[in-house]
Design a protein around this ligand. Structure first.
Ligand code: PCA
Length: 216
């Protein structure tokens, strides 16, 4: 199982998503012993992020890839239902703009996630963690990575249904004490402990590992 987060980007000097990916991989050693969980931080860069994702997929050939990113609008886990072929003219961490206004020239307008969405929502609600579904992953790097990851699944005709791929946004203020533009941010409904517990439940749901999460 591949778990990715993103590195910093303009306006977000620390990105909780890559820390969460690392924490999940570490916790999964005990909680999901039947799976190898690999964490990686993707550069928040239009050109380098999809290249790095391609390398990771080629190296690990994961049964599931769960991508995390932060969002200002998220109050809890936001499970993205689809990626759209849109790339906004917004600067990346290198100061570059996307080469085109779309993610893949000539690609489909949208591609649906292959995550077991209902199962994920169910597991998170049982843990009393905030979760929401979204049909709008934005038009920045998170949407672009989801689009690339799902395009890769579509290209592999052999086992597309079995390959779980999707994107989950988490609150940008997950790291405690975080302030935004000097002002304290609205508190998130999700704390770090909840994010790790929920993240593990998401991984387990994707792995089809019902009941394999060791409850603490
Ligand atoms: N959030 C941004 C990109 C990286 C991240 O963590 C987004 O929502 O597109």
């Amino acid at each position: 199982i591949l778990v990715t987060g993103f590195g910093p980007f303009p306006g977000a000097p620390r990105n909780a998503s890559s820390l969460l990916a690392e924490a999940l991989a570490a916790a999964a050693v005990r909680s999901l012993p039947a799976y190898k969980v690999r964490a990686a931080a993707l550069p928040t860069e239009w050109e380098a992020a999809p290249l790095r994702l391609g390398e990771l997929i080629a190296e690990h050939d994961p049964v599931a890839a769960i991508h995390f990113g932060i969002s200002r609008r998220a109050h809890g886990f936001v499970v993205e239902m689809r990626a759209r072929n849109l790339a906004a003219k917004i600067c990346d961490a290198r100061g570059d703009y996307p080469p085109a206004p779309c993610v893949v020239t000539g690609g489909p307008e949208e591609i649906g996630t292959t995550l077991p969405v209902n199962l994920i929502v169910d597991r998170l609600r049982r843990l009393r963690l905030p979760v929401q579904l979204s049909r709008d992953a934005g038009d920045y790097l998170c949407n672009a990575i989801l689009y690339h990851s799902l395009s890769d699944v579509r290209r592999r005709a052999e086992r597309p249904a079995g390959l779980r791929r999707g994107f989950i946004h988490i609150p940008d203020r997950l790291l405690t004490g975080e302030r935004r533009n000097g002002r304290p941010a609205t508190p998130s409904k999700l704390d770090w402990e909840g994010a790790v517990a929920g993240g593990l439940a998401i991984l387990a749901a994707c792995a089809g590992a019902a009941g394999q999460i060791a409850h603490r």
